[in-house]
Design a protein around this ligand. Sequence first.
Ligand SMILES: O=C(O)C1=C[C@@H](OP(=O)(O)O)[C@@H](O)[C@H](O)C1
Ligand SMILES: C=C(OP(=O)(O)O)C(=O)O
Length: 426
Amino acid sequence: MDTIEIPALNRPVDATVEIPGSKSLTNRALLVAALAQGDSILENALFSEDSEYFAKCVEQLGIPITLNPNLAQIQVAGRGGDIPAKQADLFVGLAGTAARFISALVALGNGEYRLDGVPRMRERPMGDMLTVLQAGGATVNFEGNSGFMPYTVYSQGFAGGNFRLKANQTSQQLSALLMIAPYAQQDTNIEVEGTLVSQSYVKMTCRLMADFGVEVIQIGDNQFQIKAGQRYQARYYTVEPDASNASYFFAAAAVTGGRVRVKHLTKQSCQGDILWLNVLEQMGCQIKDSDDYTEVTGPKQLQGIDIDMNDISDLVQTLGAIAPFASSPITIRNVEHIRYKETDRIKAVVTELRRLGVQVEEFPDRLKIEPGPITPATIETYHDHRMAMAFAVTGLKVPGIVIKDPGCTAKTFPDYFTRFFQMLEQ
Ligand SMILES: O=C(O)C1=C[C@@H](OP(=O)(O)O)[C@@H](O)[C@H](O)C1
Ligand SMILES: C=C(OP(=O)(O)O)C(=O)O
């Protein structure tokens, strides 16, 4: 298996970088543009495994897509809610968003649609959403364990109505149902039962739906109403740079006491992970922002923090990877749901930090990392792009850190290491 050694930087980083478009926004925009009537053009769209699997599924469903990677542009010829294909065999790789959003999309169709992913995707939860789709008229035939891929959805449109949904393991199933609901036969009312994790992504969903002309009425934190008959409007849409993927570059400034500016990403971003700037500020960084960039300057010494990351859990690895350099312990709370992502992320971060000689305590839903010296090691990445991207930042401070399978960043950031090394050369 391929590896990459990270060259330690014996000076502060000082760079301006550009980050590709957001995965979450690209895949949402692909879905709603597919349901709109007519051509939408997505600018600064992400080209990566997650979005390319998504685009391919939409195309297989009979909705034409033109990919223009050189211009970072995707054109979608939306069919006004029609799903032309009556049969499709769809593969989503390890893309949680594609798995959830495409399963919901095919429920609007009229035919039979098989969905599958890589082995880890077969372990990620799908069942609560599928129960709602079944109550709305679909039949789901599981090939293996009930509630998991692979399965075939037999659909004849989505009826809508009143549903209860569990969302304590992922918010993506709720986002998926919200986005198809305008095309249901009757109004839809979804009440989340118990805890709703990753709420910021549900806000992002509602915001994107509004940007394409559809209203979601939210009552309190847990109830969502969508009137049937609303229609997405085809449009030009510019995807924001990916805030989660910007976190590694900001973290490089934080640990080296340097400066990194990310172009075209601002504090007004609709991505919850823009709150990484607040986390870094609390750890001693200085933040400068304008209407076209954000810049982080790292302190001489990072401070520890005790933080609930439920809403920004894709950043747990970024924080974990820089935690040993803080002046006091770092506690990351309320993130049990990251055990269901590309890998069990609590376990992965704990294992790799321990491999580096760092003292870490693991709990079911949290971890506590002690500051301390690091012994260089080869980092396992477990097919998880964020393990590779985060621990590359650790390598800037400690000579000899090697990242296994750096190609796994292709999930959301295929040229991550090219841009990372370009940052170091500035
Ligand atoms: O809706 C989305 O685009 C996402 C929601 C989050 O997942 P969960 O809701 O499973 O926590 C996040 O981790 C993922 O990277 C993208
Ligand atoms: C959790 C992630 O992805 P997915 O969309 O597959 O859930 C992620 O990108 O960190």
